[in-house]
Design a protein around this ligand. Structure first.
Ligand code: TYD
Ligand code: MG
Length: 494
């Protein structure tokens, strides 16, 4: 008898190979390959048998918008694109302990007033679920609880008419299909379980929420292998040492992606944060060097965060570059631009960069805020007070415009900022504006005082000439020593 073939499947990305190796060739992760029984059927061609003709239809035609289930938790509804769609599957991924079960219990409870909701846990016993509901203050909600892990049992119980409108499976990695040989949590089990449940959801028309733990090692398949199967993918992120949590949409067939919902973990569960900018700027001190306030966008909503930089002479041959909350490759680029295009000497400095509050930013628009924080740290000159800043930096030192400038400015004005440093708008619009480079203008409807910059030199100049209003450094015309040292002759006073 032929030996049964085995396959090594990456538990992170699902790539399979016939040989074991320490590193997955698909995604480059280490130690993620696990042995799984190979699928028995070898793919055959179609053969001679004819299939049915498929019918093509025009783009125009009658289609109804699917009804949405609005939870009333605004931050959650925003991220799902205005509520979950019936018959759709939604994946909520996140690190263990970040608050997925808490959030979904709250969502289930909120929706239970208008819909039949079921919460199936493969991780916790009914008593534990009840205790949590008690703590969240939702113990009276009409949510059907079950502790189950067999997909066969779940499908049989939910498939009947009059079933629930919303089903939460916590977590997909604990579910198993008994016809497969592999253990729960492997790629094959997670995929097949999800497939069965999604098929049932489409057939019965309930909204399905799958919880998936993000895993650090290859013991359990990660939620990434399900991303292509579900309609919506949300990731719940946050720093365990901080109170706030961010629900981020990375894929949504029924709405926009890049939306975020901001929550705060309290003693009584997750509460919505209506004004996240105020939260992220809460501990900010004005008038310190090495900090700038970035007016960013997260999806459709503006978000202000403080960016902090620290530079100090390095004792090491290769100075340290440490980044929290931003891309380190991007930092390297900004440092190179500062060095070559503005002559600021940073190569012998340790550089630390931190996005305050533990938020992760991936917008190129933060370039200018990062550069400003760095220049401010090197020069010891604080940013002008009550100022926000944003703009993308190009390799030649040019500062590029970024999208949604008005939304950023409005948010800044709402939070009491009075000035903004922004990129000079691109040429076609320039004719409408009376102001050129480095000039100060009125920020239109936002009411902010706008300073436009088009090159790194313009930004440097803002630090070289402290305006009279600022307390420190003193009104002396001389730029601080740190900055002049780094600047090419003539630049500092230009
Ligand atoms: P949980 O929802 O169990 O995380 P996950 O399902 O993502 O693994 O949340 C776990 C953490 O949340 C736990 O460390 C305790 C904390 N927590 C609170 O701070 N307040 C609360 O009201 C609840 C229910 C949990
Ligand atoms: Mg949980």
């Amino acid at each position: 008898m032929a030996r049964k073939a085995v396959n090594y499947v990456c538990q992170e990305c699902g790539a399979s190979s016939t040989k074991w190796s320490g590193r997955c060739e698909g995604c480059g992760q280490w130690n993620t390959l696990a042995e799984e029984a190979a699928l028995e059927a070898t793919p055959k061609g179609l053969g001679a048998k004819k299939g049915r003709k498929i019918q093509f239809q025009g783009l125009r035609g009658k289609s109804e918008h699917p009804p949405r289930q609005i939870s009333g938790i605004k931050e959650f509804d925003r991220v799902t694109g205005g509520g979950m769609v019936q018959g759709s599957a939604l994946l909520v991924g996140g690190d263990p302990g970040i608050g997925k079960s808490t959030l979904l219990m709250q969502v289930a409870a909120e929706l239970s007033g208008s819909l039949k909701t079921a919460y199936i846990s493969g991780e916790e016993a009914i008593d534990q679920l009840r205790l949590r509901a008690d703590r969240l203050g939702v113990a009276d909600a009409d949510v059907a609880l079950a502790a189950a892990t067999s997909v066969r049992d779940i499908v049989s119980s939910l498939g009947e008419a009059g079933g629930p409108d919303l089903v939460i499976i916590d977590s997909i990695q604990t579910m198993f299909v008994d016809s497969l040989d592999s253990a729960p949590g492997t790629v094959a089990q997670v995929r097949t379980s999800a497939q069965e449940l999604i098929r049932l959801a489409k057939r019965s028309g309930f909204a399905l929420i799958l919880v998936g733990h993000v895993t650090k090692d290859g013991q359990i398949a990660g939620p990434r292998i399900l991303e292509h199967m579900v309609d919506t993918v949300l990731y719940f992120e946050g720093d365990r040492s901080h109170q706030f949590r961010i629900l981020r949409s990375v894929k949504n067939r029924f709405g926009a992606t890049d939306e975020i919902g901001v929550f705060e973990m309290t003693g009584a569960g997750l509460s919505e944060v209506e004004n996240p900018s105020a939260l992220f700027l809460a501990d900010r001190e004005d008038e310190i060097s090495g900090a700038s306030v970035f007016a960013g966008m997260e999806g459709s909503r503006p978000l202000l965060v403080e960016i902090q930089a620290l530079t100090s002479p390095s004792a090491l041959g290769t100075p340290r570059r440490a980044v929290v909350g931003w891309d380190s490759a991007r930092l390297a680029m900004i440092l190179a631009v500062l060095e070559t295009r503005s002559g600021l000497s940073l190569s012998a400095m340790d550089v630390f960069l931190n996005v305050a509050g533990g938020l992760k930013i991936n917008e190129p628009a933060a370039d200018l805020a990062v550069a400003a924080a760095l220049i401010s740290s090197v020069s010891g000159v604080p940013m002008p007070p009550e100022t926000v800043i944003f703009g993308e930096i190009g390799l030649s030192g040019e500062i590029r415009s970024v999208p949604q400038i008005n939304a950023r400015l409005k948010e800044a004005s709402k939070l009491g900022f009075s000035r903004a440093i922004v990129p000079t708008p691109p040429r076609p619009q320039k004719n409408n504006k009376k102001n050129g480079n480095g000039n100060t203008a009125n920020g239109g409807e936002s009411g902010l005082q706008i300073t436009e910059v088009s090159r790194m030199e313009d930004l440097l100049a803002l630090f070289a000439q402290p305006d009279g209003k600022r307390g420190k450094p003193q009104a002396s015309a001389e730029p601080p020593a740190g900055l002049t040292a780094g600047l090419p002759p003539g630049q500092a006073h230009g």
